[in-house]
Ligand binder design. Structure first.
Ligand SMILES: [Zn+2]
Length: 368
């Protein structure tokens, strides 16, 4: 039978987007940052953190002992030691992690970066630079995805976890070894399991990173007083939320994930489920969540042609940067924001990281 004759060709569609954009304008951001001085900012921050924690479902997370298990320790060809460990983040929930540890003498204890993964890279495998796996080698080329390995080459300890639904943590329907399944995540399935019970995917990821911080703090051979977090895309999302809620992160880099919700998640409504937190937009825009990081140094990286910025491009980023800057202004700390704007599409750019973070760590240490 002729394929074309099996359906009707619809000339006019009656979708919901136009209505939802108006609803957004009517209901969104009722708890956005308004503060113009330290006192009102700090009061807002306290309340906003409580609201955000509840929206993410963090109240439903149960603390269990970390029970760390070292599964493997290898020395890579480049001399970097790669530990594979596993920690328990909740009952029956395990987080596998690669830790990249540079070798050689240093004057001070090595600083540590958490480097959570984004989508389409097989979780920790691309971040930790496992280019001996061909599918991962391609993902690394596509997004310059091995930022964990890049950090280790700069001399930092890079902690590269699988977040929930990625890599070894894929849920049942995504547990296949073909290339597509290996690279993708089970955020869709996770969100179906989580949301109706009051949890969220990004809440699970945030909780797990908080427990990962607890683990890193036990590794006293490293500098656990100045832990940084860096992530691109979905890893940028996780970096944003954990840094907003946990002050143990002292310096932050969010790449490819800083833009207004309306353009980037409502209009671009085909994005992954993990981006969507029930009721979140009623309270905050993304800039407000970023504003919870103030006054800790933060680098935001945006690519000019990144389709995820939405139809208005960088305009949608600048508006959120303005909210972020307003928070730092109350501390007279706008110099602690670096907005790194790069050419091209959705991709990680590591060229300025070393220099920027050297400055960030100096800023932090001068203050102490
Ligand atoms: Zn996702």
């Amino acid at each position: 039978m002729n394929e074309e004759k099996r359906t009707l060709s619809i000339k006019t569609y009656y979708g919901s987007l136009a209505n939802m954009k108006k609803k957004y304008d009517r209901y969104a951001r009722k708890d956005g940052l308004q503060a113009t001085d330290k006192k009102t900012y700090e009061a807002w921050k306290k309340e906003a953190r409580q609201t955000l924690s509840l929206l993410l479902g963090l109240d439903k997370m149960d603390k269990v002992p970390l029970n760390p298990i070292v599964e493997e320790t290898v020395t890579l060809d480049n001399g970097i030691i790669r530990e594979k460990i596993r920690i328990q983040t909740e009952e029956d929930v395990w987080m596998p992690i690669y830790i990249l540890i540079p070798q050689g003498e240093t004057k001070e204890k090595r600083k540590v970066f958490l480097a959570p993964p984004g989508h389409q890279g097989g979780g920790k495998y691309s971040i930790a630079g496992c280019d001996d796996i061909p599918a991962i080698a391609d993902a690394i080329k596509r997004f310059n995805y091995d930022y964990g390995m890049q950090l280790a080459k700069m001399g930092y300890v890079a902690v590269c976890p699988d977040c929930r639904g990625f890599g070894e943590r894929r849920d049942e329907y995504a547990q296949k070894d073909d290339e597509e399944s290996f690279l993708r995540s089970s955020c869709y399935n996770l969100s179906h399991m989580a949301e109706a019970i009051g949890e969220t995917v990004v809440g699970m990821c945030t909780w797990d990173l908080m427990r990962l911080l607890d683990y890193v703090e036990t590794r006293t051979e490293w500098d656990t007083e100045h832990i940084a977090c860096l992530g691109f895309s979905g890893g940028g999302m996780q970096t944003l939320y954990v840094s907003a809620l946990d002050d143990r992160i002292k310096a932050v880099c969010i790449s490819g994930y800083f833009y207004g919700f309306k353009d980037s998640l409502l209009i671009l409504n085909n994005n992954c489920n993990c981006n969507y937190v029930p009721h979140l937009w009623e309270h905050f825009d993304m800039g407000d969540i970023g504003a919870l990081i103030a006054p800790r140094p933060v680098m935001i990286q945006s690519c000019k042609e990144d389709h995820l910025n939405g139809p208005r491009g960088l305009e949608n980023v600048y508006e959120q940067m303005d909210i972020l800057k307003a928070a730092y202004r109350v501390y007279d700390a706008e110099n602690r924001i670096v907005h790194d704007i790069e050419e091209g599409g959705h991709k990680w750019h590591g060229d300025h990281v070393e220099e920027v973070f050297q400055t960030f760590f100096e800023q932090i240490e001068n203050e102490e």
